[in-house]
Design a protein around this ligand. Structure first.
Ligand SMILES: Nc1ncnc2c1ncn2[C@@H]1O[C@H](COP(=O)(O)OP(=O)(O)OP(=O)(O)O)[C@@H](O)[C@H]1O
Ligand SMILES: [Mg+2]
Length: 426
């Protein structure tokens, strides 16, 4: 899905093609930012992201271009694993820090657009990912920046996520369908990542590009948010929003943000609501090859309200009725609350996390034993146990996992910055 970039300012034209990198960028950003932001763990004046970046140690590695060229066999097409708005993504192997041992498998993203906008996104990604640290955010290992005669080279090196993205599993028929439990776990993990960004840091971070293709999946299908190129710091104290050029992805961006350019954390909450409907229906937020009334997911699902008897008709047929209809209704209601017109009436992400955990625990309780799933009929009375090899085994495994999760219901863990040693950027 394409990002849109609608620029209201003209500052781009004043900027050099090969713009100065992080150090200079930091100065510009820092001067704006003696900010006090509403944040669940802010006590004194929070610092800006570039300031935190300077202070916080992430041990980011600085790679030479030739190291990354070697790591990807000269950016071989055979090692290309994806392509997005920023550029191409390659699988590669880098040497461990100490130089000994097996190569570390990584994903290397290479900017393929020259010019300031790509550079700006690259800087944002290095700054934000250099500062944040959470199990549901992808880890940045390092980067490479070279300004040569033949233009700029900007690369990012991430931990490798072997199970691609939520988008791949939901919409590409080459992958087996994602189970109901996996869908719930993935959206819960993604919600925890967003709640951390909005509410658990010294400053608030608005992600601005939440969508299924940016939810990557690790070897255990745990969700990790990637792509911080569009992320922004939240509003300063006393301000309700940040005024920005409107950027994001069609089908996911909140209408109030598109209309006004006023960005708040509730813009991310809207996008999260869209993805909740994607996991319920197995449909993309925009599908141009469908009949007109079905092209826009949010308009289509409005015809099948969560409490109605026909609600079951929108559920992804690839689930083959292996889902809990009552949980699905609750997810739809949660999605509806994220998608209310008035941004301030949308729930905070910590509330979304709490609701999702309750739904997950209820599903587990209903499954064990006997396992109850929908039969495609309209209401809970028609749910029936599924017979199938391995069902009780997997239910047991899920129960153990869920018991662990439920310990945290009602309280999102408060993660704070830990000062490690400073990552040098040249
Ligand atoms: N860390 C990673 N590990 C493994 N695969 C990755 C990693 N990062 C990205 N990819 C793969 O590359 C694909 C493209 O990612 P990218 O973020 O560049 O584009 P996108 O999310 O599809 O689009 P957009 O540019 O609009 O965000 C992803 O869908 C994923 O399959
Ligand atoms: Mg992406």
């Amino acid at each position: 899905m394409k990002c849109f970039h609608y620029f209201k300012d003209r500052s781009r034209s004043r900027l050099q093609k090969s713009a100065p990198i992080l150090n200079n960028q930091s100065k510009t950003d820092t001067s704006e930012a003696q900010r006090v932001i509403k944040s669940s763990c802010s006590a004194t004046s929070p610092r800006s992201i570039p300031e935190l970046y300077e202070e916080k140690a992430q041990n980011l590695r600085v790679f030479t271009f030739s190291e990354l060229k070697q790591a990807t066999n000269n950016f071989s097409r055979l090692l290309k694993i994806g392509e997005g708005g920023f550029g191409s993504v390659y699988k590669g192997g880098i040497k461990p820090v100490e130089g000994k041992g097996d190569p570390i498998v990584v994903a290397i993203k290479k900017l393929n657009r020259d010019g300031y906008q790509g550079h700006k996104q690259w800087v944002a990604e290095v700054h934000f990912l250099g500062v944040v640290e959470h199990p549901n955010l992808v880890k940045l290992i390092g980067y490479c920046a070279v300004d040569g005669e033949r233009g700029i080279q900007r690369l990012l090196v991430y931990e490798y996520m072997p199970n691609k993205s939520l988008e791949d599993h939901l919409f590409h028929k080459d992958y087996p369908p994602l189970s109901w439990d996996s869908r719930l776990q993935i959206v819960l993990g993604a919600a925890e990542g967003l709640a951390y960004l909005h509410e658990e840091l010294e400053i608030q971070v608005i992600y601005r590009d939440f969508k299924s293709s940016n939810v990557l999946l690790d070897d255990k299908f745990k969700a990790k948010l990637s792509d911080f190129g569009l992320a922004r710091e939240g509003p300063k104290a006393g301000h309700s929003h940040v005024s920005t050029a409107v950027v994001g992805t069609y089908g996911y961006a909140a209408p109030d943000y598109i209309e006004t350019g006023h960005l708040t954390s509730k813009s991310d909450v809207w996008s999260f609501g869209v993805v909740l409907y994607e996991i319920l229906t197995g449909r993309r937020s925009l599908e141009r090859d469908r009949p007109k009334s079905e092209q826009k997911l949010l308009e289509w699902v409005k015809q099948y309200p969560a409490e109605s008897r026909k609600f079951g008709m929108i559920i992804d047929s690839r689930l083959e009725n292996q889902y809990s209809i009552s949980a699905a209704r609750k997810i739809a209601k949660l999605a509806d609350s994220c998608l209310v017109k008035s941004a301030k009436d949308r729930p905070r992400m910590s509330k979304v996390v709490e609701t999702l955990k309750q739904i997950v625990v209820q599903v587990a309780a209903a499954e064990s034993p006997p396992m109850k799933y929908a039969d495609g009929a309209e209401d809970e009375e028609n749910e029936h146990p599924v017979k199938g090899v391995g069902a009780s085994e997997s239910a047991k495994r899920r129960m153990a996992h869920l018991a662990k999760i439920s310990e945290h219901i009602g309280g999102v863990s408060r993660r704070r910055f830990m000062i490690m040693h400073r990552a040098k950027v040249t």
